[in-house]
Every structure is written in C-alpha cells, then in structure tokens.
Write a protein that binds this ligand. Structure first.
Ligand SMILES: C[S@@+](CC[C@H](N)C(=O)[O-])C[C@H]1O[C@@H](n2cnc3c(N)ncnc32)[C@H](O)[C@@H]1O
Length: 365
C-alpha cells in the first residue's frame, strides 16, 4: 500500500480500520485472559516474568508469553524489557478481574468469540434467509449468565426492586412471581433465597440453562422456586402472578407481541411487570452516538435477530428500542409504564409496567 500518495481522509480511514482490527484482536485475547484466569492472577501479583505467571496460573508458558505480547502491545499490561517482567496495574485490573464484580468488563469480551462460532451459519442466512437456533451457539447461555450476574444480580435487591414502589414489601410478605426467559435462573434463585415467603417460577425455551438453574437451586436448598421448559410463544400459565419479570428476554423472543399479551393476561389486576431490556432507540439515526451502538447491532445480527428468525419470529433485534417496546406494551393492554435507568447498567433500561394507571394514595380524602 503506497500511503504517501493517498489523500489524507483515505489514509485516516485505512488507519482507523487497522486500529479497529487491532482492537478486535485484543477483544478476543481479553476473552481468553478472562477464561484462563490470567487477569485474576496477574491482578494480585507484583511484576513477574512469563515463567512466573505461567507457574502461578498453571498454564503453558509459551501460550502465556504470546498472550502477554498481545496485552502489552494492546496497552493493557506493562512490560519492562530490562527485567523481562510484566505487570497489570491496579487501575486496569479493576475492570478485568472477577473480584471487581459489576465493574469486570472482561465478561463482555466473550460475546465476540461466542458470536463468531456461528459466522458460517449467519452467512448462509444472508444468502438463503432463516435463522440460527440457540443450540448452534457455543457457550451462549454460560456467557449470558455471567453477563446478567453482573448487570442484574449485583443490583437486583438494592437498586432494581426499589424502582417499583412497594415491591420489596410485597415480596417479603409472600407473592407469586414468574420470570420469563429465565435462562440460567440466577436472578430468580437470588430472589427465592432473599424472599422465602414468595414463590417463584422460571420459564425458558432451552433445557441447558434450566439444568444450571435447577442445580443452583438444589445446591442452595431452595424449595420456593421451580424452573420449567416452555416455548412462551404459545403459552398460558394456569395461575395468575403478582409479579412478572423479564431480564433481557423480550426482544429476542419469536413473538414478543404474543409473550407480552400472555404477560398481561397472567398478571393480577394490581400486579407489576418488571422488564429489563436494551436501552436504545428504534430509529438508527437516534443511535448514531450510542456508546455501544456497533456492538449491539452486531449482537443483534449475529444472535438476537437470528434466534427469533430461527423460530419464524418477528426478528425485532437487540435495538428494538424504547419506542417499539412502549408500542408493544400498549398493544398488549398495559396502561401505565415508566422507564428508569440505573448508573451501573449503561446497556439496559428498566420498564415498570402496570395494567392500570396508578395514582399515589392521598390520605384524608
Ligand atoms: C438473552 S437471554 C436472557 C436470559 C436470562 N433472563 C438472563 O438475564 O440471563 C434470553 C432467554 O430467552 C429465552 N427464550 C428465547 N425464546 C424463547 C421462547 N420462545 N420461549 C421461552 N424462552 C425463550 C432464551 O432461551 C434465553 O435463555
């Protein structure tokens, strides 16, 4: 490539592309480092050689050294050539270690390799239509459980539930709760543990995450939670619920409209529907400066949209947006909804939805 003769704008764009590829490669290596426990170990170590890091992690030195090369050139890990030592500074370790809880951004890097496992299937869909089913993805449910472990679990009791006035008190007294698209059931198991007088039922299409959910409930000795395999596209539960939750589980349904109608029918008149879903606009032009725009449209094309199409669904996609969400909630019959945001969760917003408009009680009238 003869960059000298290129106009500046072209050179800039070529540079931008190369930078993008470097960052994409780095994302893959962050995923590897997270899974291999390298960040967790290095975050607790003083400067060390690749031999010492390999010994501390029980990993193969040759692989560790090459991974360190990517981390050093990617400016995540510092390197001192004179001593051959590598160091992960605390200020960066704080966003890469499991012990950092909801600040651990390394978890999200895993989505890129997960999505890449179906690249050929997606290409086939570009040509021939159709979709890619959940079963084709390697590690999707596992990574999703880690993701919601951070965005939901860390704040469920202290921040998310209080978004709906009176909800915590009702859960303490004892109510019936359904979780739609519960996945590996981490949210429901935490609720069941925290509110022993309430009863919880989680439904999901896929058996694999349900088995994880049941095992966790069994291990914790929980008797007030059950997990059942159901396709929620055509489903009518045989009992009403006081609270229905959906954590990141409406937009990628086959028929979000039918699921929302089922939720409306299944909710008691004064019940609450708590829906966490992706924060964005239904209109591309409003998402031009979305901090995760490219990431979320990619996740949509490579997962959320296509798993819906695999079920002959509506394919709303990850970026269905708040406008479409509110439209579908209204069409399902809901009359009152408020949309809230939490500082720790830049990716999602929280819809507190009621069947009827509720007014605060005015005492003495
Ligand atoms: C993005 S995941 C969210 C899982 C979980 N709520 C969490 O936060 O970890 C969406 C879930 O919806 C489930 N799902 C998708 N289509 C479904 C359907 N037709 N019926 C029931 N569950 C479905 C998937 O199996 C998946 O576990």
């Amino acid at each position: 490539m003869c960059t000298l003769e290129m106009p500046t704008a072209t050179q800039d764009f070529a540079g931008t592309l190369l930078h993008t590829y470097n960052q994409a490669a780095l994302t893959l290596m962050i995923s590897v480092g997270h899974q291999a426990g390298l960040f967790d170990q290095m975050g607790t170590m003083p400067p060390a050689t690749s031999v010492e890091i390999a010994a501390a992690t029980g990993l193969q030195e040759r692989y560790v050294r090459e991974w360190l090369g990517a981390m050093v050139t990617g400016e995540i890990i510092d390197y001192t050539p004179e001593t051959g030592q590598y160091h992960l500074p605390a200020s960066r370790a704080a966003f890469l270690m499991r012990s950092s809880g909801s600040d651990n951004l390394a978890v999200f890097a895993q989505y890129i390799p997960v999505l890449a496992t179906v690249e050929n299937d997606i290409l086939n869909c570009f040509k021939n239509g159709g979709g890619v089913p959940y079963a084709k993805y390697s590690r999707f449910h596992e990574v999703m459980a880690e993701d919601s472990g951070q965005s939901v679990l860390s704040s469920l009791i202290d921040q998310i539930l209080p978004l709906a006035p009176g909800l915590t008190a009702s859960l303490e007294k004892g109510i019936e709760v359904m979780d739609v698209g519960c996945g590996s059931g981490r949210a429901l198991n935490l609720l069941a543990k925290t509110f022993p007088k309430s009863r919880f039922t989680g439904y999901d299409l896929c058996l694999e995450p349900l088995e994880v959910a049941r095992a966790e409930a069994h291990k914790a000795g929980l008797t007030n939670v059950t997990f059942q395999q159901r396709d929620l596209t055509h489903f009518a539960p045989d009992q009403p619920f006081d609270l229905i939750t959906a954590f990141d589980a409406i937009h990628d349904q086959a028929r979000p409209d039918q699921v929302l109608a089922m939720i409306y029918q299944s909710l008691k008149q004064d019940g609450t529907f708590l829906m966490q879903d992706i924060d964005g606009s239904s209109h591309l032009h409003n998402n031009l400066h979305h901090p995760l725009g490219t990431f979320l449209y990619t996740v949509s094309c490579m997962h959320c949209m296509t798993v819906s199409l695999a079920q002959d669904g509506m394919a709303l996609g990850t970026m269905w947006g708040t406008e479409k969400a509110e439209q579908l909630l209204k069409e399902a019959g809901f009359k009152h909804m408020s949309v809230k945001r939490l500082p720790h969760d830049a990716q999602n917003c929280y819809y507190i939805v009621k069947k009827e408009i509720t007014y605060p009680k005015v005492y003495g009238i």
